[in-house]
Design a protein around this ligand. Sequence first.
Ligand code: 3EB
Length: 330
Amino acid sequence: MDSGRKNPLLTTPTRHAPRVSYRDHTANEVLDDPTVLAVFGFGHRATAAQDPRWLQVPLEPLQYRAPMEVWQVDVPVGSGRDGALRWSAGGGWLFAAIDVDEREHGGPEHAAAHAYARLCAFLGSRSERHVLRLWNYQAAINQGHGDAERYKLFCAGRAQGMGEFFADVFPAASALGHHGPPHLLQVYLLACDQAGTPVENPRQVSAWRYPRQYGPAAPRFARATILPAHDALAISGTAAVVGHSSAHRDDLLAQADEILVNLDALLASTHMPAGFNARSPLKVYVRHAEDAAAVQALLQQRLPGVPLLLLQADVCRSELLVEIDGWRYR
Ligand code: 3EB
């Protein structure tokens, strides 16, 4: 370690991005690999595993019976639990996740504040404290009216729980509604011991500058994060939002088209090559299960060869029917 400080040739190299892929194995086959940082199963049929690297995401898959998402790094990882929090880390990368029961924290706002305060406290104890990407899955996200809508309460709690930890450099994020356990808030993240670079979308008002109509606490996230080695772009949940407004109310395919335009504009504002490819997995969140086939057909035509994982989820604005997030690798 000392020699690392003296000899510039031995300083830590820039971290290569974890490889994110969708796979068709069993959880235990994947978890046998010590370089796997995290494995995600989707929906109520996902196999359970005790390993802290394993997370069951409460979103039902819409195309395969038991899809799995795998995050892989270059070195073996360590892992553990810290109360309700689970984590794994290796090679400068950190996965952390927390499942919070809203009933134990006095409702959706306090649950979000608690989840973020716990995650930030844990990150503060680690060298991997740069959060590059966050996912938030809340039950009944569109329930409640006006400022009392559950998503807006989540945003207020998130802002409170984040405190000053992100110092206005927000991670990329997704926030969607699940139909799993009715009081479950799930938050998980990818962090690194090196900072990423936030990216905004020129077609969209930055979320933290949304006008008051979207709630008292603006959502805090960047539209994407360039990973430290500039080898990948972590793309936030992208919906048919233009400026700050929702476009194409009630028109599924027009919303999907608008998302593709937003994604192209996002890529164009980075040094990433245009378009998506077989190494750039995307998650497609669809509000109504019966819309899945039409969305899938459109995306398979427009994004040939791109791995797509379709999940049933509620976009955080009730008029939006579809949202896409994912990864663009160089
Ligand atoms: C939008 O553009 C759509 O609250 O963390 C997308 C990504 C959205 C992340 C969040 C919300 C969030 O405003 C919604």
